[in-house]
Design a protein around this ligand. Sequence first.
Ligand code: NAD
Length: 511
Amino acid sequence: MTLSEAEDKTESHHHQLVLVPHFIAGEPLVSGDCYLPVEDPALGHEIRKVILADRSVSERAIMAAQDALPAWRATPPAKRAQIMFRFKQLLERDAEIICSLISEEHGKTIEDARGELKRGIENVDYACGVQELLKGEYSHDAGPGIDTWSNLQSVGVVAGITPFNFPAMVPLWMFPMALACGNTFILKPSEQVPSASIRMAELLHEAGLPAGVFNVLQGDREAVEVLIAAPEVKALSFVGSTPVARAIYEGGTRHGKRVQALGGAKNHAVVMPDADIDNAVEALLGAAYGSAGERCMAISVAVCVGDAVADELIVRIADRARDLRIGPGLQPGNDMGALINRGHRERVAGYLESGVVDGAELLVDGRDHPLGTESEGYFLGASLFDRVTPDMSIWQDEIFGPVLCVVRVESLDAAIALIDSHAYGNGTCIFTRDGAAARQFADSIEVGMVGINVPLPVPVASHSFGGWKSSLFGDLHAYGPDAVRFYTRRKAISQRWPGSAVVSAQFSFPS
Ligand code: NAD
């Protein structure tokens, strides 16, 4: 039974499935009897179930990817790129179906889901240029009669493990380039948002991708542990929280794999006294509360340089934060949807409590929002803290919710020192009209991605994405040029074609 046929047999809308399967060796697979509920966070109840892989299903996915590898690796890059072109067209054709699934399972607004998918598709665009990216390097006459060239060869079977907050975009950071480079792929999406991956697997299949080249393994920790230990899996791309990222990096490298593991974040925006305050307020509202703060690039701390700018900023943000339109993601016109699940909502609300206990000033309390009590959904209004200090857990921890903390400092140097003292180093930005200050900030800050009057400096697909410190374990960043390096191995080949003269034995090191 194909997925579409399975859907026809369901009574659901939005092309939903009642049971979300794996996708292995070119077809949906339901095997085993372990399931988890998938919830609609706006409704606060289960809408479908996802099957969870046990060891045997995980091994089946690995075998499928291993079996498909020789033929796919030998397929010319131009042909692989053609499939990516078709995949891009199909993603655009079915964008609304995919975005509805994202919004429904994650809770983010449909507009936000459309933005996520667009940014994801950029990575398919970039992968379509793989012929150019894999050209390698060549030196004629590297030695007498010797030519040397470097090839970029595929790594083999690659696995990607992705978080709940970008059900399409983060997988699209990984697999288009991995596939274009000649690898086969196993995606282990977040069990909280499993449907978008299955849609994408179907579209790849429709685009002409051979069976087994791309597989989706639904599951949790158990499936991931099989992937980490399997000798056939040569590389792991992970995006998620820092404790899991660290564990996957350590486990994967111990098993001799290449690993890139992107973790959590606490992103600071510095607001200088000379900032264009109108623009800074708008930028901060979107960056702090968009997607209910469930973004690894969300701004969760505004560092105000001087009390004057802080006093103005908090009044203006507070006014707007109280008025944000909150509701189901699929209902048009909302600014913010529900949080991912009940436990996470409680966790974020707990931080509001602990911030108050620790002495921060809670200017806007998201727990007061009527939807929080009147609805079964996992809604929480936007919150704003002033006078946050580095000893507080609301500054130290990634809250991953719609909470903005204001820290007041006296100078740009103090702002930089504060940011550099944090464990995370994913993204940051500065609002200023002073080019020299912006340059000093960008040059010295210990953070991987920097915005200058750009609140969410997520690089375009032709650059790479990655944080520093506890926000990334490994050497290479995600997507862009680093993805070409991550998903290939370099081989250097030197050749000589001797003529009639014999080249005599040489006992010193060839020079
Ligand atoms: P998570 O770490 O709980 O889960 C991520 C993935 O790992 C999921 O597929 C999950 O099934 C799997 N997993 C969970 N526990 C595991 C374990 N013990 N062993 C093996 N696998 C395990 O993260 P999440 O809650 O889904 O996502 C939110 C987190 O992701 C936040 O910390 C956020 O900052 C981070 N994130 C980071 C980036 C980035 O680019 N740095 C991007 C998006 C999200």
